[in-house]
Each structure stands twice: as structure tokens, then as C-alpha cells.
Design a protein around this ligand. Structure first.
Ligand code: SF4
Ligand code: SF4
Length: 410
């Protein structure tokens, strides 16, 4: 479509980038059909084409309003629209730029500002989360049921295998996952050890930065990326083969480090290298001899929820499912597998009503085949679904880690 972005914005790298993205959109509306928020709300302004148009108007000099901000806030950044778009429009990048612009021009109500500041203060910090979860578990009887259900049950990690010293990969420890489900990375380490690969969590690395970046604290997100790059760089120079990111939301963001630090002269090269090394565990396992892992499935029925950050963000479709089938799990059908579960980073906290509707729809779809277990590939989806599932919701790597898989309660 044609644009006439203001000169002031065209003088910035983000303004030029947004202009190029906007020009790629032909306004066909194919994306609208697969947008979860459009499906729920039925309003063009709550679909991708409408959001693109609203961002365009603001960039062309129309006043930025609270209403526009609300329509952008309701977007899950699930990127289903990118998968559908025939013109390759980079919607997620555009909405990041649009949100940052709105954030500077529109003052949020005090309650929202405080909530967002609290999330930026809390989410990326494992120590703070650990204290919060511990206090929450103590106070669970006093909490509203909806809040109490969000508290994850403790999951002991089990032992981390000793290094055997031939092949090495780095692992992102992360923030929420390292506290709520430490068993995921430990299960990855045990599985990779069976295949002759050492997994290392580098000291000094932490949150990937996605949560803060997508809450419009974009500089904090970039700072987290730089800190991780610094922590990983010595191992990369020493020959680490890959950076394994077991949470697909974090994986999608680490794969974007090269993009978000492209204008940082000191880090652009390293960030591009880190992004090129980032791998989802399914990408790694698909290339290894999985015969060494045996048949841990034993015919158990599993419904796999493919997170948006895996199938749309990283464009990795049908990568986990064949691995589970090969290892003896019976996959049950999941209708509308392209739709978001409503977790979407901090969306379940900032947009709780929409998030719950999406979760209920997703749980209905996942439970259609009466699975013994629901498996997924992202910590946010796992905790979000678990709070309403009534059956185990695990990271799929835990299924490969024999001996650590809980069975379905009767
Ligand atoms: S983003 Fe893509 S699918 Fe959506 S209106 Fe634009 S060109 Fe069409
Ligand atoms: S990212 Fe998801 S919620 Fe946002 S416009 Fe695209 S499809 Fe809709």
C-alpha cells in the first residue's frame, strides 16, 4: 500500500523499517481469518489488517489515541497472521515499532503503568520469582482461586549429568522456566547426554529479554540480550555447537538478537552469530540417532500444543510431533492447532479475559482426543494450560526423560 510517513519518522531506522513493511502489505485481509482476537471480537480493528492500518495512520501524523493503543495491546503477537500472509509482511516487527511509538505518545492509566512496571521488575529476575512463588504457595489458601491456580507446583529438576567432554551445546537457563519448571532443562541435559552431547548453562546468562521487550521496555530487553551474549561468547569461541533454547518463546527471541541489535556496533556481529546458533531442541534431536533414546512413549496418548512462538515465530511446524511418534507416543488430534492458547508472554496478566477465553477454547481442542498427557514446548503455554487442564501438562522433553513423567490422576 502507499504510505506518507512523516519526515521525522523517516529520519529514523525504525521509521524506514516500518515504512518498508507497510508498503509490502496489499491490504488483502487474508490474515484476518486466522487472527484469534478478530475471531473473538469480530472487529476489524482487532485484526492484523486493522492494526496495520492504525499504525500507518499514526506514522502519517494522525493523533495517537488510547483507543489505538488498546487495539494494539489486545494483539497477542502470536504471528499467526505472518504465517497466513501471502506478501511476507513482517507484522510482529511492525507492531513492536507501533507500540513503542504509542507508548511515547499516549499516557496509560496509573493502574496499567504500575502493573507493567511491576512485570518488568519481576518477570526477568529468577530470584524475585522464586521468592514470589514460595510466598504464594504459603498463602495459597488465602488467594482467589484464579490466582492460586496460576502458581506452579514444585518440580524437582533431578540430577544434571556429568560432562563427558566430546560434544558441547549451550542451554539458556531463562527466568520463569528456571524457577517454575527446572526439570525441563535438566531433562534436556539427560536426553542429550544419552546422545553424547554435554549441555552447559553458562554462568551469567539469564532471561532472554523477550518479556520486557514486548512490554515496551525495549532497552531492558536489549540489555538482557547483550548480557547473554557476553556470558555465552567464551563457550562459543571454544566450539559450542549450538545454543539450545527449550522454551520456544525465548528461542524465537534469541533468534532475533541479530535483528534487535543490528544497529549496535559493538554487538551486531556477535548477536548475529548467537542467533545463527540458536536451536529449538526438536531441531537438534531430529538430526541425531534417536534410536539411542529407546521407546519411552509406550503407547501413551499425548495431545501436543504447538506454541505460536514455535510454529509461527520460528516457523517450525510438525517438528516435535514426528519425534514423539517415533518414540512411541500416540498423538491425539488437535483441531485449530494454529490458534494461540492465550498465554502470550504477559498477556494472561495484562488481558486476562481474552486470555481465558482463548485458553478454554484451546483446552477443549486439546482434550478432544482424551489424551493422558498434554505436552507443549513453551513455559508460558505450559503454566497457562496447566491451570485449567485437570491432567498433566508437560514440556515434551520431560516425556523423553524416562522416570520423570507423571501419570494422569484418576
Ligand atoms: S498483512 Fe498480508 S495478509 Fe494481511 S492484509 Fe496485509 S498483505 Fe494481506
Ligand atoms: S499477531 Fe496474532 S493476535 Fe496479533 S494481529 Fe497477528 S494474528 Fe492477530
Amino acid at each position: 500500500m502507499q504510505t506518507s510517513i512523516t519526515d521525522a519518522l523517516l529520519a529514523t531506522p525504525e521509521g524506514r523499517e516500518a515504512d518498508a513493511i507497510l508498503r509490502a502489505c496489499v491490504h488483502c485481509g487474508f490474515c484476518t481469518a486466522t487472527c484469534p482476537t478478530y475471531q473473538l471480537l469480530g472487529n476489524e480493528l482487532d485484526g492484523p489488517r486493522g492494526r496495520i492500518y492504525q499504525i500507518k495512520l499514526v506514522m502519517e501524523g494522525q493523533p495517537a489515541t488510547r483507543t489505538t493503543q488498546l487495539h494494539l495491546d489486545r494483539c497477542l503477537t502470536c504471528r499467526a497472521c505472518e504465517t497466513t500472509c501471502p506478501s511476507g509482511v513482517k507484522y510482529a516487527r511492525l507492531v513492536d515499532i507501533g507500540r513503542a511509538l504509542l507508548e511515547h505518545r499516549v499516557k496509560r492509566p496509573l493502574r496499567e503503568r504500575l502493573l507493567r512496571q511491576a512485570l518488568v521488575w519481576l518477570v526477568p529476575h529468577a530470584r524475585r520469582l522464586r521468592v514470589l512463588f514460595a510466598l504464594g504457595r504459603l498463602a495459597r489458601p488465602l488467594l482467589p482461586a484464579r490466582l492460586g491456580a496460576k502458581l506452579p507446583a514444585p518440580r524437582p529438576a533431578g540430577s544434571w549429568p556429568r560432562r563427558a567432554g566430546h560434544r558441547r551445546m549451550l542451554a539458556l537457563a531463562g527466568c520463569v522456566q528456571s524457577v517454575a519448571t527446572p526439570r525441563t532443562n535438566a531433562a534436556a541435559a539427560r536426553t542429550l547426554a544419552t546422545l553424547g552431547i554435554d549441555l552447559i548453562e553458562a554462568r551469567g546468562a539469564g532471561c532472554c529479554g523477550a518479556a520486557t521487550y514486548h512490554l515496551n521496555a525495549q532497552e531492558e530487553g536489549r540489555a538482557a540480550a547483550r548480557r547473554n551474549i557476553d556470558a555465552w561468547w567464551p563457550e562459543i569461541e571454544a566450539g559450542a555447537e549450538a545454543i539450545l533454547v527449550t522454551a520456544s518463546g525465548c528461542g524465537a527471541f534469541v533468534k532475533e538478537y541479530g535483528e534487535i541489535l543490528a544497529h549496535d556496533q559493538a554487538y551486531a556481529h556477535k548477536a548475529a552469530r548467537v542467533s545463527a546458533l540458536a536451536r529449538d531442541p526438536a531441531e537438534v534431536l531430529a538430526k541425531e540417532d534417536m534410536g539411542l533414546l529407546g521407546r519411552p512413549g509406550g503407547g501413551r496418548k499425548v495431545a501436543f500444543h504447538s506454541p505460536c512462538t514455535l510454529q509461527h515465530g520460528q516457523q517450525l511446524k510438525q517438528v516435535v510431533e514426528p519425534i514423539l511418534t517415533r518414540l512411541g507416543f500416540a498423538l491425539t488430534p488437535v483441531p485449530d492447532g494454529h490458534l494461540c492458547c492465550g498465554s502470550a508472554g504477559t498477556y494472561s496478566i495484562t488481558q486476562p479475559d481474552l486470555s481465558l477465553q482463548l485458553r478454554d477454547n484451546k483446552l477443549t481442542a486439546l482434550q478432544a482426543g482424551d489424551p493422558d498427557i498434554i505436552a507443549t514446548a513453551n513455559i508460558g503455554c505450559q503454566l497457562h494450560l496447566e491451570a485449567g487442564a485437570g491432567r498433566p501438562v508437560l514440556h515434551w522433553l520431560e516425556l523423553l526423560d524416562t522416570g520423570s513423567t507423571p501419570t494422569r490422576p484418576d
